[in-house]
Design a protein around this ligand. Structure first.
Ligand code: GLN
Ligand code: ZN
Length: 767
């Protein structure tokens, strides 16, 4: 019998239950027991769902209150001292590391003020993990204060009568994805391997004691270009981990091609491997050749990163090929990665067009997919399912919804001149300086201001038809005015309208573009309690009419300061949507670039001549390995941005913004934006600043973490700026936060921005 498995299930709940309870807990509205019991309820629901669907290998410990990597840091006691001195409960330590904590003293508790750990993108996805942060004083041990999450959750499932396979990130990936803390910058995390292995071993032994037969150990870094020294660690590390006192280990990789690292894992004493064949089917022969005689092959063929129905006939043929090579009893049909990256349940979509809906498969539907594929491979009769699937696949292939000849014609006109500004930056700069006459250390924000409850309520009313378009516009204008007046009051130089009309920076555009479909409930976790609802690119993309001009023009009409128009760039629109899988990403990005080009030009015509085109996703889209795919990506990503932005006059100032990744200035030069703002507040490494000092155009290095409600003081801003000025030139220095402020409250926004602007003013006198 061929078995079915999944690598992980979304933890957020079909109705975002986890978000609701977590945020209520943070606000002090519910207690810790409510939080924990909701978590338990969600886990139990998910396990039962998988059991009922007939999935054979069901994961546990894929749940998390914030992030699965952060969970490990808490479990292994990788907790910098600054989080331990307040005697917080373990769950609060977890949240403090994830999002920072600032709390006034009470009669019984001391004041707390601590920033969050760095958060970065999980490989090339829009999920963010909290970076393990090590120092010389890190003392690995099992921190049992909060129980032992993997063991506890395994037992919790067992008590429900469900046998599970606990999932944990493996030691080499865990260290490699981490970094050294500020006080220990000379520390190379991988040097801690010998110290952490015994703790992993202890954990595995406890899982075995609890009854776990098998664990899934994720080593996703195996799809990266790994230095030889890292590759060389696998043999000894897994020899040390495996043994009769621990469960059998299935080593999982995903999101890419494992072949260049295959020699590192060949012969490891594990019971099997999982590979991502949805992404890289070509690796089958080589990975099979590296398998030991008894090792199982988990065939990740149901895409964990997208929402298209699996083509059963293709996938079955692939599984059959695998079976031919290693035999039925050694093949497991699986999802390519955890389903964390897909929405929970297509059944929750009541408004989707029935034709299009039939093309999709969300996490819950993917459970059925692995089961059907496994049954089919086992020789069970699933002909009804296969026939229905073939019908859906055909309907999509033949649909006219997906093609627009006009868009395709226009795409053929894209060339170098269409994607190049009239003159180079050095020649544009003087005309921009004359036009805007900005002071040194110009201050600005990244775009969004707090999305208050009031905004959400009114947007909802409007969507439901309880507000007329005029009433809603009036409401939005009032919001814009509040934001504009506030910015004027504290003396910001380049203003924004605050984006109150936008539900989300990608969805908002998707909704106005042709070629897109939307969900009403297709939430996917981005980080912590922040979820996004990616729109779906179903066909050729075009812009029927202006999307943002009205709000920007209104905002400009009520102030004399320059108002920045605000758009989401083509690569980000694409990356934060579910893309088509029937045409290349390049084609989709260029189509988006053309649509945005029209918007940029409409803004310019309407007098909005500072225009920011956000590309926070550009780094995350970078193919995980160097080589042709990566250099091609950098070319088309930059070109699609330039297609969008190059049609403007020399004195129109194009801004761009990037965040949440280790950005390499070389990756963004080709965008040729006049000013870029980057996330920077959590970067401690002076070399990183240095890299940007050579960047030719102007840069705002983000000065505070917008994921945290914490308010930095003016002095803190000043000392941060001073530090940066040691390596970074004053005449290219913009002052801004790390990112948009939509997730923040007004109170902290006001205080933080005021302090930031005051700090900028402090420096103006000095240069
Ligand atoms: N302009 C967007 C905002 O401020 C940018 C958000 C982002 O980079 N993620 O919300
Ligand atoms: Zn950002």
């Amino acid at each position: 019998m061929v078995q079915s498995s999944i690598l992980g299930f979304p933890r957020i709940g079909g109705q975002r239950e986890l978000k609701k309870v977590t945020e209520s807990y943070w606000q002090g509205k519910v207690g810790v027991n409510d939080l924990l019991s909701k978590g338990k309820e969600l886990r139990s629901h998910n396990w039962k769902l998988q059991k009922e669907a007939g999935v054979d290998v069901i994961p546990s410990n894929d749940f998390s209150y914030y992030d699965q990597v952060l969970d490990l840091s808490l479990l292994f006691n990788v907790i910098p001292d600054r989080y331990t001195k307040f005697e917080l409960a373990p769950i609060d330590v977890l949240f403090a590391m994830g999002r920072g904590l600032q709390r006034k003293a009470t009669d019984s508790t001391p004041a707390v003020d601590v920033t969050a750990l760095e958060m970065v993108k999980w490989f090339d996805s829009n999920y963010h993990y909290v970076r393990p942060t090590f120092s010389h004083s890190t003392e690995f041990k099992l921190n049992t204060e909060a129980g032992l999450k993997p063991v506890d959750e395994y037992l919790e499932a067992k008590a429900l009568g469900i046998e599970t396979r606990p999932v944990i990130v493996g030691p080499i990936s865990y260290l490699y994805l981490g970094k050294a803390d500020k006080d220990s910058l000379d520390l190379d995390p991988i040097s801690l391997l010998d110290k952490i292995l015994p703790v992993y071993k202890q954990l595995l032994a406890k899982l075995k004691e609890a009854g776990a037969k098998e664990v899934q150990i994720d080593e996703p870094i195996l799809v990266l270009d790994l230095p030889k020294e890292i590759q060389a660690k696998y043999a000894d590390a897994y020899k040390a981990l495996a043994g009769s006192d621990v469960p059998e280990i299935v080593l999982a990789t995903y999101f890419g091609d494992v072949r260049p690292n295959l020699s590192a894992i060949k012969g490891l004493p594990v019971s099997g491997f999982h590979f991502d064949f949805a992404r890289v089917p070509e690796q089958l022969d080589e990975v099979v050749a590296a398998l030991g005689d008894k090792q199982t092959l988990s065939v990740g063929i149901v895409d964990g990163r997208n929402i298209w129905k699996t083509d059963y006939s293709k996938a079955s043929a692939f599984v059959a090929k695998a079976i031919e090579k290693v035999g039925k009893d050694r093949v497991v049909v699986s999802t390519s990665s955890s389903l964390l990256h897909t929405p929970v349940d297509l059944q929750n979509e009541k408004k989707l067009d029935a034709t299009i809906k039939d093309w999709f498969s969300f996490a819950t539907q993917k459970l059925d997919e692995v089961v059907v594929l496994a049954k089919n491979a086992s020789g069970e009769d699933v002909s009804k399912e296969l026939a229905a699937n073939a019908q859906s696949i055909k309907s999509r292939q033949e649909s006219s919804i997906t093609t627009n000849p006009k868009v395709q014609e226009r795409l053929a006109t894209v060339n170098e001149s269409l994607s190049t500004r009239k003159v180079p930056f050095a020649e544009r700069l003087p005309s921009q300086q004359t036009k805007y006459n900005l002071p040194l250390f110009p201050t600005t924000t990244i775009g969004s201001f707090p999305q208050t409850k009031d905004i959400r309520i009114n947007r909802n009313k409007y969507t439901k038809g309880e507000l007329t378009a005029e009433q809603y516009e009036e409401f939005i204008n009032k919001e814009i005015e509040t934001v504009v007046r506030f910015q004027e009051e504290i003396g910001l130089d380049v203003l924004v309208h605050g984006e109150p009309e936008r539900n989300d920076m990608v969805q908002y555009f998707g909704e106005q573009l042709e070629g897109y479909a939307f969900t009403t409930n297709g939430w996917v976790q981005s980080y912590g309690s922040r979820y996004v609802r990616p729109p779906i690119v179903v066909g050729d993309v075009s812009r029927p009419k202006a999307m943002t001009v009205k709000e920007s023009v209104y905002a400009q009409s009520i102030t004399d300061k320059p108002m920045k128009g605000m758009l989401t760039g083509p690569v980000t629109c694409l990356r934060w949507s579910f893309p088509r899988d029937d045409v290349s990403q390049k084609v989709q990005a260029l189509q988006l670039g053309l649509a945005l080009r029209d918007e940029v030009q409409d803004l310019e015509k309407a007098g909005i001549t500072v225009i920011q085109v956000d590309e926070p996703a550009i780094r995350e889209g970078l193919p995980l390995r160097s080589g042709k795919e990566r250099s091609d990506y950098l070319n088309w990503a930059a070109q699609s941005f330039r297609v969008a932005t190059s049609g403007v006059e020399n004195d129109t100032q194009i801004h761009s913004h990037f965040c949440y990744s280790d950005l390499d200035p070389n990756h963004i030069k080709a965008l040729d934006a006049d000013v870029v703002s980057i996330e920077f507040s959590k970067k401690d490494d002076a070399n990183y600043i240095q890299e940007f000092s050579n960047y030719p155009n102007h840069i705002g290095l983000g000065l505070f973490d917008i994921h945290s409600p914490r308010i930095p003081s003016k002095e803190e801003f000043i000392s941060r700026i001073e530090e940066i000025l040691k390596v970074y030139p004053a005449n290219k220095f913009w002052v801004n936060p790390d990112c948009g402020l939509k997730t923040r409250g007004w109170e902290e926004t006001k205080a933080s921005l005021t302090n930031m602007v005051d700090a900028a003013k402090h420096f103006r006198g000095k240069y």
